[in-house]
Design a protein. Structure first.
Ligand SMILES: Cc1ncc(COP(=O)(O)O)c(C=O)c1O
Length: 377
């Protein structure tokens, strides 16, 4: 409904002055548009992963800001006090994802951060200060690691996932899991093998909460730090809410106990209170993802599969048949896997179009109105 507000206003504006031929043309246009399959038209998937502003989350934020607890501005003189205001919220997050994150409580240093990015940046600051000159990532990983590494003068080595980590000199890895490479979950054994070979891992959970249940094992002592973000998990990219968990102090984040964004933390808290089940969003949107992937395959001749992450779909480049598929997928290629973000289709499904479809389904509007309306003079 919220998405359709702007559209409804534009429709009303177009209807004035109300000429029958205009009305007819408009109704035709909207009915045709609503009857289109979600994946019709040019391929509207995106290469980058943009979070989806889940309406159920937006509603929680709307309520928070309608009744914003302004007394929190006095938080520095009232318990839990300036230094600790974030603590109950981080603990709420830990409780919320307790089953999915075995070992998280073993990370003694916990910081509120502006998304995962701030934690990643400060992990690099620490590595640089400790004299590290290079890190490892898997081929096709999240581009952000390389950007931040570049800014710190640290070299990035991209590793083939089939390479035996024991053959590489021990070093520091940045791994996103669920993986930014294809939106799928990397098995725990894969990361354990890297740690057992003497490497250290920074574990990025940016897509946590967007898959079916999985326990991401964080117990290995060589997992040095964990990044959590609410940007994608709850579709609140611009709010900049997240946490970093570390076994050692991260000096670059020490000041975050004061220099944090309390409104961002309040949003996080409202979401953790409002969405009580960590699998809720995945369950809600999995059927959307399946429907969109089926339509895209039919309309664009692809062999996409729904990723574990509900916002994404993927296809191995080695599974490509024919030039047409190869051309379409090349735009999305990340080291041999085409990864597509479906966010725009979600938006479309949840918009005015869906309402028209439901109205047609319920018999409130007939697609045949196109025929029975008077012809333009
Ligand atoms: C795997 C991964 N990690 C971290 C980030 C950083 O996002 P944020 O700082 O909003 O959490 C992104 C954003 O695209 C990402 O895909």
């Amino acid at each position: 409904l919220f998405c359709s507000e702007a559209l409804a206003v534009s429709v009303l504006q177009q209807l004035n002055p109300l000429a029958p031929h205009k009305l007819r043309a408009l109704i035709n246009r909207y009915i045709n548009w609503a009857l289109e399959a979600p994946g019709a038209g040019p391929l509207n998937a995106m290469r980058s992963v943009y979070s989806y502003p889940f309406p159920v989350v937006i509603e929680l934020i709307r309520n928070l800001f309608l009744h914003y607890p302004y007394e929190l501005f006095w938080g520095w003189i009232r318990p839990p006090g300036l230094d600790n205001a974030h603590v109950p919220i981080i603990e709420r997050f830990m409780k919320f994802q307790e089953d999915a994150l075995p070992g998280l409580s073993g990370f003694r240093f916990r910081y509120p951060t502006a998304g995962a990015n701030e934690g990643i940046r400060e992990a690099f600051t620490k590595l640089k200060r400790d004299g590290k000159t290079q890190i490892y990532i898997l081929q096709g990983e999240y581009e952000g690691y390389e950007e931040v590494a570049l800014a710190h003068g640290i070299r990035v080595i991209k590793v083939d996932p089939n390479q035996d980590p024991a053959e590489l000199p021990a070093g520091w890895w940045f791994i996103s899991n669920p993986s930014a490479r294809d939106g799928n979950i990397i098995p725990n054994e894969f990361i354990r093998k890297i740690c057992d070979a003497g490497h250290h891992v920074y574990y990025d959970l940016a897509y946590l909460g967007l898959t079916d249940f999985h326990a991401f094992d964080l117990t290995h002592p060589n997992i040095d730090g964990v990044f959590v973000s609410l940007s994608k998990s709850f579709g609140i990219f611009g709010i900049r809410a997240g946490f970093m968990f570390s076994r050692e102090r991260v000096d670059g984040l020490t000041g975050n106990v004061w220099f944090r964004s309390d409104p961002a933390l309040q949003v996080a808290d409202a979401i953790l209170h409002g969405i009580r089940d960590p699998q809720h969003l995945t369950r809600l949107y999995r059927p959307f993802q399946t429907a969109v992937v089926a339509d895209l395959n039919r309309l664009h001749g692809l062999n996409l599969r729904p990723s574990d992450v509900v916002l994404l779909a993927y296809q191995k480049v080695s599974d490509v048949v024919g030039d047409r598929q190869a051309k379409v997928l090349s735009r999305f290629d990340r080291a041999g896997v085409g990864r597509l973000t479906l966010t725009r289709y979600f938006l479309e499904m949840e918009s005015w179009k869906s309402l028209v479809r439901i109205a047609i389904f319920l018999g409130l509007i007939s697609p045949r109105w196109r025929i029975i309306l008077p012809r333009a003079a």
